[in-house]
Write a protein that binds this ligand. Structure first.
Ligand code: BES
Ligand code: MN
Ligand code: MN
Length: 463
């Protein structure tokens, strides 16, 4: 192992330069204008995999964006680790809020990262993170230290719902057969308190439309006598959460897992620092479900948020109008054992129920995803904990995250294996936001931790 670690130390600068070349490709899966860039990015990932020493590297066509596959099978009797990541990124807008170009990576020092951080869209989510695996693999290959088999699937549609990956996994069970799935697409609690992510929330996402009159109306001629769909929608949204922070949708909490007192005590060992939480996002005060800490509200409890609301006139100046329609996009984060189908249905019924008779309400479901939990006494978790403890020289705790990676639940269902979420970002990385960045020490700690995971996992399996 020390030889592998030496290799990593000696090649640090080149690893970073190579990452920059990936970050320069605007692989925005949500925007068809970037189609060619997304495809180029897939090819670039395939080249990196090949150069790192992978066999059978393929850019697998799908209905959507391709999935990059590669593997190194050293002995079928040994365990197989499947590494998953995504090369697509979120759109960079609002562009004017970026201090440097989203696809012109630069290293800048920040208060949290005196050693520097890479600023670029995808730096932390997920190019900078899956790239650590390619480099850790290269280091193990170059130093003859790969202790088990490895397969890679790096997809290009994670940010838009991973639809093609679902189909691909169902159709390629043999090809993807593995003992454990290793993913770096989450964050640690802090540099001082590293963590392995043991939970992800699910997601139900809907778009709602409220229609009042059949055309936009003059607000002087009609105002006062007709339902304004923006007012109606606002009242309906306000009704979705009560004064205790409870979601009012009928049956919303029916299947919610009651987390045991022991587990709550364990997770609250992570120091929940309300002042830091507030100041880190410029907030005057927190709010949320009564009876739960901020840490719990953002991990083991389900939530509902309006992501966007529009309708009527929002242009320059004043136009006097009562709009015909108002819209909102609403997401609900789910916890075990809620399902997106169940919650979308319950939402729809409830939203239709609370609508006044004089408007027409339509609910359109978008993609969803299942929640995921990795038990903190599993050997998969223990191997990751030990690996990170070795690299960080600190105790590593389990951490349930509020974000979603829906494919983890599907992996478990179809391939029968657990996903280990060994991500190295920080919540302050501004993923999906302007000025996304990834700390250089996070990047390098990740590369150092991964070979240890391979080693400890193989030892645990053979024990
Ligand atoms: N990598 C994130 C998810 C994440 C980030 C989980 C940090 C935990 C900690 C992923 O790329 C993502 O953005 N997921 C989406 C869901 C998807 C269906 C669009 C999300 O969580 O909103
Ligand atoms: Mn991601
Ligand atoms: Mn993302």
């Amino acid at each position: 192992m020390t030889e592998t670690q030496n290799y990593i130390q000696q090649n640090k600068q080149r690893f970073l330069d190579e990452l920059f070349s990936l970050l320069r490709i605007p692989s925005i899966s949500a925007d068809p204008a970037y189609n060619e860039d997304v495809l180029n990015c897939a090819n670039a990932v395939a080249d990196f995999l090949r150069n790192a020493g992978a066999d059978d590297v393929e850019v697998c066509e799908t209905e959507g964006y391709p999935i990059v596959f590669g593997q190194k099978i050293i002995d079928p009797a040994l365990p197989t680790v499947l590494v998953y990541g995504h090369y697509d990124v979120q759109p960079p807008d609002p562009l004017e809020l970026w201090e440097s170009g989203p696809f012109e990576p630069v290293v800048k020092k920040t208060e949290l990262h005196p050693e520097g951080a890479v600023f670029a869209r995808g730096a932390a989510d997920d190019k900078g993170q899956f790239f650590m695996h390619l480099k850790a693999f290269e280091a193990m290959m170059k130093t003859n230290a790969l202790p088990c088999n490895v397969k890679f699937i790096i997809e290009g549609e994670e940010e838009v719902g991973s639809e093609s990956l679902g189909t691909f996994v169902e159709a390629n069970r043999e090809k993807l057969a593995n003992d454990v799935i290793l993913i770096s697409d989450t964050h640690i609690y802090s540099m001082e308190q590293p963590t392995v992510t043991t939970g992800l929330r699910g997601l139900s996402y809907v778009e709602v439309e409220v229609e009042g009159p059949n055309r936009d109306l003059h607000s002087g001629l009609y105002g006062g006598a007709v339902p304004n769909p923006i007012h109606v929608l606002s009242r309906m949204i306000a009704e979705l959460i009560d004064d205790n922070g409870h979601i009012t949708i009928d049956g919303f909490y029916d299947n919610v897992e009651e987390v045991s007192a022991e587990e709550r005590a364990e997770m609250n060992k992570l120091k929940d620092d309300p002042e830091h939480f507030k100041s880190s996002i410029g907030l005057r005060g927190v709010e949320g479900e009564k009876g739960y800490t901020t840490l719990e509200r953002t991990s083991i409890r389900p939530t509902l948020d309006v992501n966007g609301i529009w309708g009527g006139y929002t242009g320059e100046g004043a136009k006097t109008v009562i709009p015909s329609k108002a819209y909102a996009k609403i997401s609900m984060r789910l916890v075990p054992y809620q399902t997106p189908e169940e919650i979308t249905e319950k939402f729809t019924k409830y939203f239709e129920k609370i609508a006044p008779d004089n408007v027409k309400v339509t609910v359109k479901p978008h993609h969803g995803g299942m929640p995921y939990v990795l038990p903190s006494d599993s050997e998969e978790f223990l191997a990751a904990k030990k690996a990170m403890e070795k690299a960080f020289g600190k105790e590593v705790l389990p951490y349930r995250s509020g974000g979603s990676i829906p494919i983890t639940a599907l992996f478990e269902k179809v391939l029968g294996s657990k996903s280990v979420l060994m991500g190295f970002g920080l919540d302050s990385d501004a993923i999906h936001s302007p000025n996304e960045h990834y700390g250089l020490s996070n990047f390098y700690k990740g590369i150092e931790s991964i070979p240890y995971f391979f080693q400890y996992y193989t030892e645990l399996k053979n024990a």
